[in-house]
Design a protein around this ligand. Structure first.
Ligand code: SF4
Ligand code: SF4
Length: 81
């Protein structure tokens, strides 16, 4: 289990958010809600899937980072067993 202080969750820029609600319907975990101050994220529910970032029309949501490791060409040919 990831400690709370190390949990990585989307960052929401309330100045860019136009409160369209698209991210609320896109979130498969029901982790987002709309409050008086803007979008509220329930960090416990967030699965860090990125759907909210993809659908946001204003770029108000950003995942801090996403790492995709692609195999190096040399590694694909090497016998690593
Ligand atoms: S990253 Fe996925 S689970 Fe987390 S708030 Fe966005 S849509 Fe919901
Ligand atoms: S999709 Fe983007 S602009 Fe729309 S409510 Fe969510 S954060 Fe705000």
């Amino acid at each position: 289990m990831i400690p709370d202080e190390e949990r990585i969750v989307p960052e929401i820029n309330s100045e860019l958010c136009v409160r369209c609600g698209d991210c609320l319907s896109a979130c498969p975990e029901g982790a987002l809600s709309l409050g008086e101050e803007g979008i509220i994220l329930d960090e416990e529910k967030c699965a860090y899937c990125g759907d909210c970032e993809d659908i946001c029309p204003t770029g108000a949501i950003a995942l801090p980072f996403a790492i995709v490791l692609a195999p190096l060409e040399d590694e694909e040919e090497e016998d690593v067993g």
